[in-house]
Ligand binder design. Structure first.
Ligand code: FAD
Length: 456
């Protein structure tokens, strides 16, 4: 018997339940990836994600070849391509991972009915892209948790399934055509973009367990120290399994490990929100706000924010890191998002779109729902808090090293003074001459926010 394994956001060989199930009993498998024309922009992949994806596919193919197989890559409508592969291989069934977006639900329904019409079966596996499946833990009165803390309590109490090793051998039937694998394209790609693939993801995880996670609780908000795992793109593309990550981090133990696992639980939390309320990718989740400044009046401010020229050094450093690396520190994401959605009072969807255009880990659940959390339309139980970029800068980049790293106009200003360039005088003032004036007065921004939210 032969099975097709459809890879989506699970581009790995270790701890892969669909592949394991398909191989059971020595079956032949067609490991298939479809460059799906049906996924709408901006979720399909901006240049940074497409480049990282190409790395992941080449690495997956190399891993399969070491085991006697190969990756089959196609482009087009995912349902049509799966059906063609099923016919070419005369496969009995298809295995794939469950996923949470409206598009993923539609894809699953379409695939199931197309396959059943041909007398074949679709098997959808949980806990491939999450540690705990959406809906596996629920509050008494709803199909999902809307608040993180009680979710986390139940999530932590769940026993996770055991980790599966990588298969030793994969036999792929002859006669199933594949496109050539691409080398990473450079067009529009951030110069500092990380490399992708399961091999590198596993190396990074091992290094993190050895020498990063222990200090995570104390250091995760130190922006210049850059002391987070940077595993997010590997989790986004599924080159690492969240179940395996949680097991291995828990084995390290201690407060750092616990704080880190809690962040991985945030990822599952957002996914169970989106699975239950797929419209939350674009529609306000809990509280609707519609008094955002119009795109026309806010245009210059939005441009300054995107370009990293708001005149608030820590905001600008973060926005430039995003452009340069396709990645941003979590603290930086929080404060730049708060600056756009609350201080500038611009619709969170405009900011979320810019993040998705650039983030290598840009993810429909994590990005959209974190933006909603920050904007006060989502799951934050204190939706009216506003992060002050000055206080944030002084607290999380006290010496100013993060700002100096990303804002060359301020590279010669020593210490924390770099956070308030408008206070500089003498030589320092001339050194910082190319740096812009603030686009908004923080007190005015706060007053506008309070008016718009009816909290004056
Ligand atoms: P670590 O601190 O090492 O955390 C480990 C892992 O936990 C991360 O890789 C990630 O998978 C998960 N995680 C950590 N924080 C969060 C969180 N707040 N929500 C959900 N999962 C979390 N993360 C994405 O993966 N994709 C996105 O598109 C994305 N957009 C965001 C947008 C905004 C406005 C904000 C505030 C946060 C966003 N995050 C997103 C969450 C978080 O900022 C990143 O996951 C984190 O910065 C990635 O770096 P890391 O791997 O070093 O994180």
């Amino acid at each position: 018997p032969t099975s097709v394994v459809l890879f989506t956001a699970d581009l790995r060989l270790h701890d892969h339940p669909p592949l394991r199930a398909a191989l059971e009993g020595g079956h032949e498998v067609v490991p298939l990836f479809v460059r799906d024309s049906g996924i709408a922009d901006p979720f399909r992949g901006a240049p940074n994600r497409l480049a990282f994806l190409d790395d992941c596919l080449r690495d997956l193919d190399a891993g399969l070849r070491r085991r006697g197989g190969r990756l089959v890559v196609r482009s087009g409508d995912v349902v049509e391509e799966v059906c063609k592969a099923v016919t070419e291989a005369d496969a009995d069934d298809v295995h794939m991972a469950a996923d949470v977006s409206a598009y993923a639900h539609l894809r699953e329904r379409r695939l199931r009915s197309a396959l059943e019409a041909e007398g074949r079966r679709l098997h959808v596996h949980d806990t491939v892209t999450t540690a705990v499946a959406p809906g596996a833990v629920t509050p008494a009165s709803s199909d999902h948790f809307a608040v993180f803390t009680p979710y986390y309590r139940q999530w932590s109490g769940r026993r996770l399934r055991d980790t599966l090793g990588a298969p030793r051998a994969v036999r792929v039937p002859a006669g199933v055509g594949s496109e050539e694998l691409r080398s990473r394209s450079a067009a529009g790609v951030s110069p500092g973009l990380a490399e992708g693939g399961e091999t590198l993801g596993r190396k990074r995880l091992a290094a993190w367990l050895r020498s990063g996670v222990a200090a995570y609780e104390d250091r995760h908000d130190d922006m210049a120290g850059d002391a987070t795992s940077r595993l997010s793109p590997f989790l986004h593309f599924g080159t690492l399994s969240p179940v395996e990550v949680v097991h291995r981090v828990r084995r390290v133990g201690g407060p750092g490990a616990e704080a880190f696992v809690r962040q991985v639980a945030w990822r599952d939390f957002h996914r169970q929100v989106l699975a239950a309320r797929t419209d939350a990718a674009t529609a306000d989740y809990r509280t609707k706000h519609d008094r955002w400044r119009s795109a026309r009046t806010a245009r210059e401010d939005v441009e300054a924010w995107r370009a990293g020229r708001t005149g608030y050094p820590v905001v600008d450093a973060a926005m430039r890191q995003l452009r340069h690396e396709g990645w941003m520190h979590n603290r930086a994401r929080l404060l730049t998002a708060s600056f756009l959605a609350k201080t500038l009072y611009v619709d969170w969807r405009i900011g979320a779109r810019h993040f998705l255009d650039l983030l290598v880990d840009g993810d429909i659940a994590n990005n959209q729902l974190n933006w909603q959390w920050v904007a006060g339309t989502g799951t934050d139980t204190r939706p009216n808090r506003v992060l002050n970029p000055l206080t944030q800068g002084k607290r999380h980049d006290p010496d100013g090293a993060y700002v100096r790293r990303w804002v060359p106009e301020l590279a010669d200003i020593e210490g924390g003074a770099v956070h308030e360039p408008w206070k500089l005088s003498g030589r320092d003032r001339s050194a910082a001459a190319g740096y812009p004036e603030p686009v908004v007065d923080l007190a005015e921004g706060l007053a506008r926010f309070r008016r718009a939210r009816g909290r004056e």
